[in-house]
Design a protein. Structure first.
Length: 626
């Protein structure tokens, strides 16, 4: 009996234990699901709602406007955005069997072939995703489409800003142009948030400061069904943010003046403020039109420019290097004075030629300059003087070191994506480049007058003269002046002068070089073309020979600064370079004088030419782009 009772109590205990376990399990499960529901619906409800929306919504990208670009005054727009429309088609919304009818009607409205639409919707006929059919569609076409929308199911449009270059001509080689991002660019810029739908700067300022100019795209999101068809619901709109506005150092009045002074001659003009490094004008000819390269037919226009003679896509002021010719005698004069290599007052006789190395070296004045000291050798640009002093008293190492002291053969770090460094040849360079070919004294004679393998861009030559103005300091040349907020115009960033190099040459040497360069204008080779009754000018001419014998042609250089008697902060450097492909007319000094006259007397090209007595040459000088 006791055993039976004992066995019954065990069963009851086991049953009670099971009930207790089940109770605890049920409570635990209830608590778990309660917490889970709380987490999903309340604590993390926003997250799961977003996920649900993402899986059932169709976002449309709203393109951001690029920042605008202004000239140095800040109130003169150079590059803006104009309203335009892009027409899109959602093929999946076209009723069955009506695709050809709709595509044909749409093609007629847009003025394109139906095959264009067929190509863009190939393999996507059942897709409800918008396919971009045509960009830059004018408002009147959009109005016609809207009036006939019942016959155009699946057709829609949206606003898409188009880049508009208000200032064209040579400034386009500074500004550059924009275009659809390439696969190669996307690989490099993907980590910065760029996508395949972006338009990016391809050259010039547009490329250099693309990240500042790029805005932040917005979006318009609508709910869709499982097939991507739109559900009629108010969209969720995130407005785009416009890119930053840029204010350049360029003065459009001076840019136009310099452009007209150069005319239709292949070459370039640079106007530089030596005390800050600001570039006030940078002209190159021939040039391109940024509007054509940023338009719908940009590919055809690009290849037209690529295949055009004299390379209009090339910015010759920074992208081409040339023998600096006799402008280099400015550096030679500085070296002679600083090194005390040869007495400045000791004359050298120029008989018009010099026999050396089994050849006759001819000075530009065949009759000879007679006896000249350093001051007059610079003024008359006597080759014989610099050949002898360069070869016998300076040598290649000193000449090359002074060339580099002036920034030659080095990057000037201007804020453009493409620029060349030129070349300062040395004995080691020649031996390395020409398979152990030794440097000769004839090579030293060549570089002593800025020829041979010595190469510099027009900007290098302008910076060389800036160092003279600044008594031994070169500032980094730059084109960006300010970055501003597009909505408030508040200043975000201002570019301050930055020293690129500071020379150890004594201040007294610079003062002497400045006086010599002024004397070169008043009593030297450029007395007539650089004569100016209103403005005191200092500078140096240069003529670089290209080709040999009957094929001889000459590059024409002029580098000058003015006013000579003004404070440094009021002085400007002007460099003009006319290539040898033009008919020889020694135009560089005339153009430089016109630019200086026009700047400081606030005159147009025609007014400056007339005042200087060059009116008879105006027809030749005022040529436009062919």
């Amino acid at each position: 009996m006791s055993d039976v009772l004992h066995d019954g109590s065990d069963d009851i205990g086991k049953r009670n234990a099971r009930l207790a376990f089940l109770s605890i399990l049920i409570v635990a499960l209830f608590a778990f699901y309660t917490l889970r529901l709380y987490s999903m619906q309340i604590a993390n409800g926003g997250y799961w709602k977003d996920q649900a929306v993402k899986m059932t919504s169709t976002p449309t990208i709203l393109d951001a406007q690029r920042g605008e670009i202004y000239d140095r005054n800040g109130d003169n727009p150079i590059v803006v955005n104009r309203d335009s429309f892009v027409v899109e088609l959602r093929p999946g919304e076209i009723p069955s069997g009506q695709y050809d009818t709709v595509a044909t009607k749409l093609a007629e409205f847009l003025g394109i072939s139906k095959s264009v639409i067929d190509k863009k919707t190939l393999g996507k006929r059942d897709s409800f995703q918008a396919q971009e059919i045509k960009i830059n569609v004018p408002l009147d076409v959009i109005s016609n489409i809207a009036e006939n929308l019942t016959d155009l199911p699946g057709v829609s449009w949206k606003n898409k800003p188009i880049r508009s270059y208000l200032e064209t001509g040579s400034i386009c080689n500074i500004l550059g142009y924009v275009g659809k991002i390439s696969a190669t660019e996307l690989k490099l810029m993907n980590n910065d948030g760029y996508t395949r739908n972006y338009e990016v700067g391809k050259t010039g300022i547009e490329k250099q400061y693309d990240r500042l100019l790029q805005g932040i795209p917005g979006s318009e999101t609508r709910l869709t069904d499982a097939r991507g068809r739109l559900i009629d619901e108010e969209p969720i709109v995130v407005p785009p943010q416009m890119g930053k506005n840029l204010v350049l150092t360029i003065d459009t009045r001076i840019q136009k003046l310099a452009e007209e002074a150069l005319g239709n001659r292949v070459g370039s003009v640079v106007v530089l403020r030596p005390s800050t490094g600001e570039v006030l004008a940078m002209v190159t000819y021939p040039y391109f039109d940024s509007n054509l390269l940023s338009g719908e037919n940009s590919s055809q226009e690009y290849y037209r420019y690529v295949n055009a003679p004299n390379k209009p896509l090339l910015n010759r002021a920074v992208g081409s290097s040339y023998p600096p010719a006799s402008t280099f005698k400015t550096i030679m004069t500085t070296a002679i004075l600083s090194e005390r290599a040869f007495p400045a007052d000791k004359p050298v006789e120029c008989k018009g030629n010099l026999f050396y190395g089994n050849r006759l070296w001819n000075c530009h004045l065949k009759s000879g300059h007679g006896w000249l000291d350093l001051k007059n050798a610079l003024a008359q640009s006597c080759d014989v003087y610099y050949w002898i002093v360069g070869r016998d008293y300076l040598g290649v190492d000193i000449i090359s070191s002074y060339a580099m002291e002036f920034g030659f053969g080095q990057s000037l770090e201007i804020d453009l994506p493409s620029h060349v460094t030129g070349l300062v040849p040395t004995a080691q360079w020649k031996e390395r480049e020409n398979k152990n070919d030794k440097w000769t004294l004839g090579d030293t004679m060549n570089i002593s007058i800025g020829q041979g393998n010595m190469l510099a861009t027009p900007l290098h030559v302008a910076n060389m003269m800036a160092m003279v103005c600044n008594s031994g300091v070169i500032y980094k040349p730059h084109l960006l002046k300010e970055v501003r907020d597009p909505n408030t115009n508040d200043l975000i960033q201002s570019v301050e002068p930055e020293v690129l190099h500071e020379s150890t040459v004594e201040k007294s040497v610079w003062k002497t070089v400045q006086r010599y360069l002024r004397y070169m204008i008043t009593d030297g080779t450029a007395t007539y073309p650089m004569g100016n009754k209103k403005i005191q000018i200092a500078g140096k001419t240069g003529t670089a020979q290209v080709g040999r014998d009957e094929e001889k042609r000459w590059h024409s250089w002029m580098v000058a600064y003015a006013p000579f008697d003004a404070p440094l902060e009021d002085q400007l450097v002007v460099t003009t370079m006319v290539e040898a492909v033009n008919n020889w007319e020694w135009w560089a000094p005339y153009a430089t004088n016109i630019v200086i006259q026009g700047i400081f007397e606030n005159q147009t090209f025609e007014e400056a030419s007339k005042e200087l007595g060059f009116a008879y040459m105006i027809q030749d000088a005022a040529g436009g782009q062919e």
